[in-house]
Design a protein around this ligand. Structure first.
Ligand code: XIL
Length: 508
């Protein structure tokens, strides 16, 4: 297996930072381990390259601004060094980082072992060892690799696992989900309404493969999947000529296996852009943007039903000429003005004329300057013949002022319908409220969507608080939020019953 460095990093929302994000082989194979075991890797390493092999006891959880490293370790070999770095899941920093000098030949076999309470690494006569904080206690090992981008590729020539006094088995990553959905699941109830409204959730690849309970909820409750972070530019397009579709493909395949529609998020956005993209010269930005749109839409043509072509085009502040929000300033807007929106939709439509194309925005559920600005923008887009099919109302309810009035939201959906546009509830979540208020908000918005024939889907921004998007950045242990219908233990909150009741009431 040839290993090519992606140089994949995660930037912060403002575009700074850059936490390393080496790919995890989520699709397996993985090891099931009991007791002591060893893993040997034979590596051909060209000069100037560092070969890194990761063994994960728990896969990292990925947010669009940071990667929560959980239990796992890295084995690395370069010209002069052999190193073992261990993360125990209690801190972003490794608990151990041991290095030994070696003169490693171009082809070298490194052996990692868990043995007698230690984690040890050896190559030839050199050995480093650290006490094992229980990295593989959950009984599985998943693999990942990395390489220095720009340096010649290295080759993983052999990878061999052996039991020392326990058991080792190789198995594929469980992925497919469920073959049947209970009729009282959200999707089952929705299918029994005249509308057959798709009920969706934003999903991530890492918990789908590593958490059986999450996967079961994903497959049984939802008939639509939004790619939470996997198709944001910094994940899918880490280098000017490098695309990485692994996580996106996993999500799309999971959806297909479970008869779900895919709503892909997001092609053009002011955030979550890789460093190289932020540094593209003004004159080249249009070319880079349209190539990005064409390549990503082309890759998923026929497998993705809808796209967020442009996410959050409005400024978060009321800084426009008429006292409302102007266009959000970012790398694309700076280079092309408002026409970046036209160009992005036109490029996406040319590549996949069947896909439904959405513009997605927050804070436009209520009356006021944000809604006025959004409405005026889509009127202009329609006037210029831009191939836009609809508008996503994110519906993040994160403070009391965000509470959504169903009647007002309904009037906005109807106003868009007058323009020939669909609407969708794209990212609803309700943070910091009592379970009862949370339930009422979720149910009120679902009821609105069900009652408006041009509301094409109702999607929640996640499934469970265990992996919610409001988790504190970089906090160990993870400080999770409370915005989703299932709690951290995957138990349903009152919101689930309220959503079910709303669907039952809408049944024909
Ligand atoms: C969120 C992700 O869910 C988090 O993982 C990340 O840390 C921050 O971004 N509106 C959007 C989404 O359109 O892309 C955002 O996603 C939530 C707000």
């Amino acid at each position: 297996m040839r290993i090519h460095g992606l140089g994949r990093q995660i930037v912060l929302q403002d575009g700074t930072g850059g936490q390393p994000h080496p790919p995890v082989n989520l699709r397996g194979p993985q090891l099931k381990v009991r007791g002591d075991f060893q893993v040997s890797a034979t590596v051909h390493r060209p000069a100037g390259q560092t070969a890194s092999l990761y063994l994960y006891g728990e896969v990292p959880i990925v947010y669009d601004e940071w990667r929560q490293n959980r239990r796992g370790l890295r084995v690395a070999v370069s010209e002069r060094e052999l190193s073992l770095t261990v993360w125990d899941g209690r801190s972003a920093a490794p608990v151990a980082d041991r290095t030994a000098s070696v003169t490693s030949p171009a082809t070298v076999t490194v052996t990692f072992e868990r043995h007698g309470g230690d984690l040890a690494l050896s190559a030839g006569d050199t050995r480093v060892a650290v006490p094992d904080p229980g990295i593989f206690d959950a009984g599985s090992v998943m693999f990942g690799v990395d390489a220095v981008p720009g340096a010649p590729d290295w080759t993983l020539a052999a990878l061999e696992a052996t039991a020392r006094d326990g058991g080792v088995a190789v198995r594929d990553t469980p992925m497919t989900g469920q073959s049947t959905q209970p009729s009282d699941s959200l999707r089952g109830l929705a299918e029994a309404t005249g509308r057959r409204l798709p009920i969706g959730a934003a999903m991530a690849a890492e918990p789908l493969v590593s958490d059986d309970g999450y996967r079961a909820l994903a497959a049984t409750q939802f008939s639509m999947l939004t790619t939470e972070n996997a198709l944001k530019p910094q994940f899918v397009h880490p280098g000017p000529d490098t695309y990485d579709f692994a996580e996106g493909d996993l999500l799309v395949d999971f959806a297909a296996a479970n008869d779900m529609k895919v709503h892909a998020h997001t092609l053009v956005f002011g955030e979550a852009n890789p460093r190289w993209m932020q540094q593209v010269a003004l004159a080249d930005r249009e070319r880079v943007m349209t190539e990005h749109v064409r390549t990503v839409v082309g890759h998923y043509r026929g497998r993705v039903a809808e796209w967020d072509v442009v996410n959050e085009p409005l400024s978060p502040d009321d800084d426009g000429p008429d006292g409302g929000p102007g266009l959000r300033e970012h790398l694309w807007q700076e280079a092309m003005g408002e026409s970046y929106i036209d160009k992005a939709f036109t490029a996406a439509h040319a590549v996949d004329p069947e896909a439904k194309l959405y513009l997605n925005e927050f804070g436009a559920e209520a009356d006021g300057p944000r809604w006025d600005a959004l409405y005026a923008l889509v009127v202009r887009l329609k006037g210029r013949g831009v191939p836009i099919d609809g508008v996503g109302f994110q519906s993040h309810i994160h403070e009391a002022g965000d509470h959504i009035d169903p009647a007002v939201l309904r009037s906005h959906i109807a106003a868009l319908a007058e323009l020939g546009l669909s609407a969708r509830i794209s990212e609803i979540d309700v943070y910091g409220e009592s379970p009862r208020v949370q339930a009422t908000q979720f149910a009120g918005v679902l009821g609105t969507c069900l009652s408006e024939p041009t509301c094409t889907s109702f999607s929640i921004w996640g499934i469970t608080d265990r992996y919610g998007s409001t988790a504190e950045h970089d906090s160990y242990p993870l400080e999770t939020g409370d915005e989703l219908p299932w709690d951290q233990r995957l138990h349903p909150k009152p919101a689930v019953a309220a959503l079910r009741d709303t669907l039952r009431t809408a049944r024909r």
